[in-house]
Design a protein around this ligand. Structure first.
Ligand code: SF4
Length: 429
């Protein structure tokens, strides 16, 4: 495994040694299929074919329904009871659906077969199906597979599984290739462009993003690669990229002014950027971002917030809300705590923050009700019942669908938290 490169900033100890409350009971989270909603918009020549049941088709359609403005780049091959009779039928059916799809959509260059959890799908060997179909349709179309099943993945883990399936396909960088920065995790195009401008201003010119906007834009990887994670839910992807020789830069996540600055600083340190050049590149956007938080801070300062585990963004969000907007953290729940990727975030959390990992939803609801927070961040399934009990909620899924990373989005991110409070105040007036 390649080294991990530390950043210069020292954030103290914070919650570094805190042991979270670990719960392994009933969970209320989306499955990994949900990631298709943002991934299909990012990789523009890819198609996501869910191999699943009618339930999976409904989930994807209702989660994405409002966002479809053209022919979607995802669909569901419904494997039902009829296919239980014999696996040969299911494979034939899959081949038939793929042939039809590729004949009708010649723009597709990368096809993901996405597994789900119905028992008839689990019996299908999708990795074998992907190899068979890849051999059949290469070089025009590559076929990969991953699981978005609710048994194996929660919500954002679907992106991790998808990106991890692409790592073995990445070309190896040539020996002695110059150092290159690879930013890992789906970001909105506009956010990528902002980061490129700032990094270029610092003198870091070799910057790539993974996943790329087009499947055909190959991102090479090797010992010259410096990885900067843009999303906190990419444990497996990062592990596989490190196994290919890339070095992971230690950083918090680029949420809020402080997180974005420290994230960029870690790249600057790895590429030998001088403090003066770093300052010149970040000073203006940083000042704009600080100013954009002023109004939200007035409204959020001192408000008490409770996070249910959902997207794995909870810890970085809690750090931003407490340090930059003065919110009080009652409980910060995360589906999974990756101590290495969260090391800086944990150090930046206020000492004594109550952390929980996993879920036992009824017990967590009891804790939440007892504390009666000013705001609850949770999944859609919990939001309506909690609202009806008089609590103010923020849908975690919105935080994944909205561009929130970087300086220019810091104000928008803060506003996502002021809006529910304003709405409740208006309802109460
Ligand atoms: S993958 Fe499983 S949890 Fe997700 S929609 Fe399909 S059946 Fe439901």
């Amino acid at each position: 495994m390649s080294p991990v490169i530390p950043i210069r900033a020292d954030f103290g100890k914070g919650c570094t040694d805190v042991m979270p409350l670990v719960e392994r009971g009933q969970r209320e989270v989306f499955c990994g299929l949900t990631g298709i909603i943002w991934l299909h918009r990012k990789i523009q020549d890819a198609f996501f074919l869910v191999v699943g049941s009618r339930t999976c088709a409904h989930l994807i359609q209702s989660a994405a329904g409002v966002m479809i403005f053209a022919e979607p780049r995802f669909g569901t091959a419904i494997i039902d009871e009829r296919d239980l009779a014999g696996l040969a039928d299911a494979n034939e059916e899959l081949d038939r659906v793929v042939d039809q799809l590729l004949a009708r959509r010649p723009e597709i260059k990368l096809l993901f077969l996405v597994g789900s959890c119905p028992s008839e799908v689990i019996k299908l060997d999708l990795s074998r199906a992907a190899s068979r179909l890849s051999a059949q349709h290469s070089p025009t179309v590559r076929v990969l597979n991953y699981s978005g099943s609710g048994i194996e993945t929660t919500f954002t883990q679907g992106e991790d599984a998808c990106l991890a399936s692409m790592v073995p396909e990445m070309a190896s960088s040539p020996v002695n290739a110059p150092k290159e920065l690879v930013i890992v995790g789906t970001l909105a195009d506009v956010v990528e462009d902002q980061f490129v401008r700032i990094l270029n201003h610092m003198g870091i010119d070799r910057v790539r993003f993974f996943p790329p906007r087009r499947a055909q834009d190959h991102v090479p990887i090797g010992p010259n690669t410096r990885l900067l994670l843009a999303q906190p839910f990419l444990a497996e992807t990062a592990r596989l990229m490190q196994a290919r020789g890339a070095s992971l830069l230690v950083a918090p996540f680029p949420l809020g002014v402080e997180g974005t600055s420290a994230w960029l600083q870690s790249a600057a340190t790895a590429f030998g950027v001088t403090p003066e050049r770093f300052q010149a590149a970040v000073a203006a956007p940083m000042a704009r971002a600080e100013a954009s938080l002023t109004r939200a801070k007035l409204q959020l300062d001192g408000k008490r917030i409770f996070f249910f585990p959902d997207s794995q963004l909870e810890i970085p969000l809690a750090r931003f809300l407490s340090r930059e907007l003065g919110m009080k953290l009652l409980e910060v729940g995360t589906p999974y705590l990756h101590r290495q990727h969260m090391a800086v975030e944990l150090a930046m959390l206020p000492e004594g923050t109550f952390l929980s990992e996993g879920q036992d939803v009824e017990k967590q609801l009891d804790r939440c009700r007892a504390l009666h927070p000013d705001m609850v961040v949770c999944g859609l399934g919990l939001a309506n019942p909690l609202e009806s009990e008089g609590m103010t909620t923020k849908w975690a899924i919105e935080l994944v669908f909205t561009p929130i990373q970087g300086y220019d989005q810091a104000g928008d991110l803060a506003e996502l938290f002021t809006r529910p409070l304003t709405r409740r105040m208006r309802l109460a007036a």
